[in-house]
Design a protein around this ligand. Structure first.
Ligand code: AMP
Ligand code: MG
Length: 337
């Protein structure tokens, strides 16, 4: 998935670590083989290659991630869109070189109609044979030139798969993480929760504070420093607003705590696009807690109450976090400690 996967276990489980790493590596490799846009043989690449022509029969995993992605696209009215591929390419995020100039409005306009989750067709082929039900589905894209990109949700899905694999094999205390997405089981010890650092988006190697996680909780971070291109001396980050065709500007980082890694992953990308005011309703509906960091001088830190109850900010930002009141969507300043 073009990123680093890691597994944290308490020291007493050290002798089992090799086996656990193998299970995660196998699950992740299988998913990557199906979902990567950089592998011509993946199911996702086949769906894009055959866009406007025919459908592709997909595995249960691909079906599940795609269905979740479409749900998030519907809920966010297209701020999250798994067909963002053609726009991502124009900005140089498709694996090729970045453009020398900022893409012209006409160039963006010319592919806008190809970015539309409503043009993904999922046809179920469920059939019963005796007691057994076979679930299968065929996925097609309505127009030639459309391309799927599940980069905003697939890592979280892979983290959940590893989490389930490890749970099923009797591991009860661990953190599994793939590039900015993680999920934990149990605690650091029997009494203490796992605590993880939230990266400071402005200072490499520094953190904004630590989150204490309860059993099963997941965290995802989307940041403008993760992948970006430089065009004409200006930086453009890899998360695109499908409604404008432009990379999102003004947001440095969004961190989400949710019950599953796939939800945390999708939500952090959705909120990065939608911002605080429009995004908060979705957070309420999907059940997550978030910290937003704006890309402004000075930066603003905005967090929900549920996020703050688990977050121990570093002294440097402790008095600077504005509380977001989810149900009233008002912003209250949190006084310095
Ligand atoms: P994340 O790091 O999880 O926030 O995901 C960012 C990745 O999601 C990008 O690298 C693209 O692959 C993909 N992406 C970019 N913009 C969008 C969008 N508006 N909706 C869905 N996926 C997107
Ligand atoms: Mg994401």
């Amino acid at each position: 998935m073009g990123t680093i996967a890691n597994l944290t276990l308490p020291a007493e489980a050290a002798e089992r670590v090799g086996g656990f790493v193998d299970f995660c590596a196998k699950a992740t490799e299988e998913l990557e083989g199906r979902l990567s846009i950089y592998r011509p043989g993946s199911e996702l690449s086949a769906i894009s290659r055959l866009a406007g022509e025919e459908g592709v029969r997909v595995s249960d995993d691909t079906l599940e991630v795609l269905q979740l992605a479409v749900q998030y696209a519907q809920t966010s009215k297209g701020a999250f869109d798994p067909t963002v591929g053609p726009l991502a390419k124009i900005w140089g995020f498709g694996g090729e070189d970045s453009p020398e100039q900022i893409p012209a409005a006409e160039q963006i306009q010319a592919v806008r109609h190809l970015v539309d989750y409503r043009k993904i067709n999922i046809r179920s082929l469920e059939n019963k044979s005796g007691d057994h039900t076979n679930h299968a589905a065929v996925v097609s894209l309505e127009q030639k030139g459309m391309e799927l990109d599940l980069g905003g949700i697939a890592k979280g899905y892979a983290v959940d798969r590893c989490y389930e694999e490890l749970n099923a094999r009797g591991a009860s205390r661990f953190i599994v993480g793939i590039g900015g997405n993680l999920r934990c089981a149990g605690g650091r010890s029997k009494k203490e929760p796992w605590r993880i650092g939230v990266r400071n988006p402005f200072v490499t190697g520094a953190i904004l504070g630590r989150i204490s996680l309860s059993n099963g909780a997941a965290v995802a971070t989307s940041g403008n420093y993760e992948r970006f291109v430089e065009i004409g001396g200006k930086r453009f980050a890899h998360i695109i607003d499908p409604r404008t065709g432009m990379p999102v500007q003004g947001m440095a980082q969004v961190t989400v705590i949710a019950d599953t890694a796939v939800d945390a992953d999708a939500l952090s990308t959705v909120l990065f696009v939608m911002g605080v005011k429009s995004g908060i309703g979705i957070l309420e509906r999907m059940g997550g807690e978030a910290l937003f960091v704006t890309d402004s001088r000075p930066a603003q830190f905005l967090a929900t109450g549920g996020f703050m109850s688990r977050f121990e900010p570093d002294p440097e930002i402790a008095g600077r976090v504005t509380l977001i009141n989810k149900s009233r969507v008002t912003l209250e300043r949190r006084g310095a400690k």
